[in-house]
Design a protein around this ligand. Structure first.
Ligand code: 13P
Length: 333
């Protein structure tokens, strides 16, 4: 297999010890949900203001290795006219881009969705590379519902498209993050979450290997393995750590460059505690860190409250939350 050492360098920078990734890649629609929390309308200037806080806060490069952006934000500028990706690159933070275009429901498959976004992806990758992106994200959604959900058929379809995305990313000199998100919402047990996550990851890596994706230039973004959000038996950090690491050892080849976690709607505190418990289990075959969105952004939004005079306070909270997650990724919290 052709080795692209550039990809390995980017992956190594993203997975540097004590650093993690901020997923600020909400679609314009989802960004509206964030702005709702601070009672601001979902307008481009409000989205820009919030992102400017996230991207320009001082010293975040000590704890953040990368930031994932969305199509509209990678093209956006700070108030003084600096392109957002340049602001990050100058700080030594690697700009990334979400390239899937979201999910659609499927006829005849209740509760399952398919991720779209392969159209024109070669051309889009070339443009994103020129804009400064050096890694990308593609998310598929796995709902745990009735006995037969997720179905093998929909998993195979989503995984085939995720695999094609990973091939195209690597051809473009961009490190692919593959994110099969096993959804936390629901009343499923910890055991069920572990079974489904293991199966999905095994199918995914089998497909990536068969299709000659270079795992050393690829990052897995995974859910933590935990009981559904409405299950009466909630999972302790130690149980999350054991189940999650068992799952990875059963399914993630050691060549994979590393693993990052989404927060998946857990509270910011819980996401950080669980990450800390996982790191405390000791060294693993892969670097493991965070790639949180809500667990980082929610405290920042609270501090900002949509008010200009709170901008510096909000930037301070971003630094503090990033530092805590950095400590957690080292098991030092
Ligand atoms: P959360 O951390 O909010 O789950 O988001 C991470 C992400 O990138 C979802 O695609």
């Amino acid at each position: 297999m052709k080795k692209n050492t550039k990809l390995y360098e980017i992956a190594a920078a993203l997975l540097a010890p004590g650093k993690g990734i901020l997923a600020a890649d909400e679609s314009d629609g989802t960004a509206g949900k964030r702005l709702d929390m601070v009672h601001l309308p979902n307008k481009p200037e409000n989205r820009q203001d919030f992102r400017e806080i996230l991207f320009t806060a001082s010293d975040t490069e000590k704890y953040l290795s990368g930031v994932i952006m969305y199509d509209s934000s990678i093209r956006n500028f700070t108030d003084d006219g600096t392109p957002f990706p340049d602001v990050l690159t100058v700080k030594g933070i690697v700009p990334g881009i979400k390239v899937d275009t979201g999910t659609r429901e499927l006829d005849n498959f209740k509760g399952e969705v398919v991720t779209q976004g392969l159209d024109n992806l070669t051309e889009r990758f070339a443009e994103y590379y020129d804009l400064g992106a050096r890694f990308a994200k593609w998310r598929m959604v796995v709902n745990i519902d009735e006995d037969e959900t997720p179905t093998e058929a929909v998993l195979k379809m989503n995984i085939a498209m995720m695999t094609r995305y990973a091939q195209l990313a690597q051809s473009a000199g961009i490190v692919p993050i593959v994110e099969p998100e096993v959804i936390h919402a629901g009343d499923h047990s910890l055991q069920k979450a572990e079974m489904v996550t293991t199966k999905v990851l095994q199918m995914l890596f089998q497909s990536l290997i068969e299709n000659k994706v270079d795992l050393a230039g690829l990052i897995l973004k995974s859910s933590m393995v935990l009981a559904g959000s409405t299950n009466s038996e909630q999972t302790s950090p130690e149980e999350v750590a054991n189940a999650t690491l068992r799952t990875f050892h059963m399914s993630v080849p050691h060549e994979c460059a590393g693993i990052v976690f989404l927060s998946g709607g857990q509270t910011p505190e819980r996401s950080t505690q669980n990450l800390n418990a996982i790191a405390k289990m000791g060294s693993q075959p892969w670097p493991i860190t965070f790639s949180f969105s809500r667990a980082i952004e929610e405290p920042v939004l609270k501090a900002w409250d949509g008010k200009l005079e709170n901008t510096e306070k909000a930037k301070g909270v971003l630094l503090e939350v990033s530092k805590n997650n950095s400590l957690a990724s080292l098991g030092k919290l």
